[in-house]
Design a protein. Structure first.
Length: 103
């Protein structure tokens, strides 16, 4: 995920100064955004191939289904508490694979 963020920041770093320059030229904010976006895209496409490929590879890995799930600190803490409760109470039976019976 880090290469994707890095590449996004590079593109944002290209876009913002171009947008400011075009906005200062009084061509309108919409056209300034369009021009800055097109130029930032062209520059990043031509000169940042390695970063783009790394970002693509990281996104492919993330959405392939093989990647480890991202868990927040709260989820990890919650899972640890649940594990501890189950370990302390061996008579409790956990069957999370079964669907609940409908009433």
């Amino acid at each position: 995920m880090v290469p994707f963020i890095k590449y996004s920041l590079i593109r944002l770093g290209l876009f913002l100064p171009l947008f400011v320059v075009f906005a200062l030229l009084h061509i309108g904010l919409l056209l300034a955004a369009i021009y800055a976006g097109l130029i930032a895209f062209a520059i990043s496409f031509l000169f940042f191939k390695k970063q783009r490929d790394d970002a693509t590879a990281s996104m492919r890995e993330r959405f392939s289904g093989r990647a480890k799930p991202i868990r927040s600190a709260l989820e990890i803490e919650d899972a640890d508490i649940e594990d501890r409760i189950v370990d302390e109470n061996p008579e409790v039976k956990v069957e999370n694979d079964r669907r609940p019976k409908e009433a």
